[in-house]
Design a protein around this ligand. Sequence first.
Ligand SMILES: [Zn+2]
Length: 423
Amino acid sequence: MKPKNKFQQRIVEASKTLPKLTDVQVDWGYKHCIEHIAHKTKKGIITCLDCGHRWTDEDITAEHCTCPNCKLKLKVEETRKRTFLDYEYLCVVTAHKGYQVLRFLYIECNMKVGEKAHYFHSEVVQKWIAPDGRHATMAKLRPMGFFVHGWIYHSRLEIRPEKTLYNITPTEVYPRQKMIPELKRTGYKKTFGKLTPFDTIHFLLAESKAETLLKAGQRKLFEYFAYDRSRKINGYWPSIRICLRNGYPIKDAQIWCDYIDLLCSFEKDLRNAKYVCPDNLKAEHDKYVKKRREWLKKQDAIDARRKAQEDEAYFKEIKSKFFGIQFSDGLIQVHVLESVDEIMQEGDAMKHCLFTNKYHLKPDSLILSACINEQRLETIELSLTELKVLQSRGISNKITKYHQQIIKLVENNIPLIQEKLAA
Ligand SMILES: [Zn+2]
């Protein structure tokens, strides 16, 4: 890929004079990244799969041994398997033309009983970081496919778009490192913890607060913000400063940041040690999670009420002309339900979905209630366009022994409704 901007052009230019990795570095990688194997047979014949040396030791029980010939530390494997493959990455941290450069060497080792090990290496990725944190990636191409390892070795190291696959976790980092002065000043200790070398070094260069965290021993916070760049450190900084001033160690950065977010939502003082440095972080965190949940529930109830009020207005608009309709056959009384509240009560009492399914908001439906002496019997849905009963249901959608009588009563009084429709 061609460089797309001036910065990338400068990186490409600088890379032209970057010396090749030395034989010493490559050999160090061979020795320290690859797991060297002592192949052991049942009879106790041991073969160093690195140099091919063979010896007998029936008593060997340890997991590791040292080859008497090449002096490599070997992992003892008693197996009938005769070929082994290992591939790993070595990272070399260096400086060139004012940039911090992380170079990743892919190392592959093919081992076969009875042969010397075959080693192969290729420098596949370089991460170039400027003192201000701007960065670019030069890399070889990857073969297509999901389960493949390795690279297209004859492809060239070129500027590539940023992808996580270039942010390599190496097996080992070459111990002799060259640093630009800007990195040296940050207190960088050559330790990466759970982070990749790029995340560590880039965070130190790009974010001036990173250095403060590291020097204050807030390693967990450092790792957290270096890893999750979407979580912005600036928003937490006033609270972090209180922790630093109080010597408060943050052991679980994720929980602490979530906790600060919670405090913020309750408008607590984020510069008050009483809040931001709790003795029992987990307990305080859980307390506020619970508070927040209750608050959200209350919010839901408020929303539901507001929605019901909005519904009320609409309900009145489309149904008010039918309000006041009631009739009786001497035993059963039927009346039109006249508010969302009434509909809601009817639905609750009758345990049906009248309210939840919003029948009352259907312009074509008129909802009536049939009772005897204010005791609810059935709820009736009537189609206003077809002027017929669509359904009439009692408690839990069952029908009562008055079902036919109710329907007949409603049908007899349809002219009342027709009259209102015409008005
Ligand atoms: Zn050996």
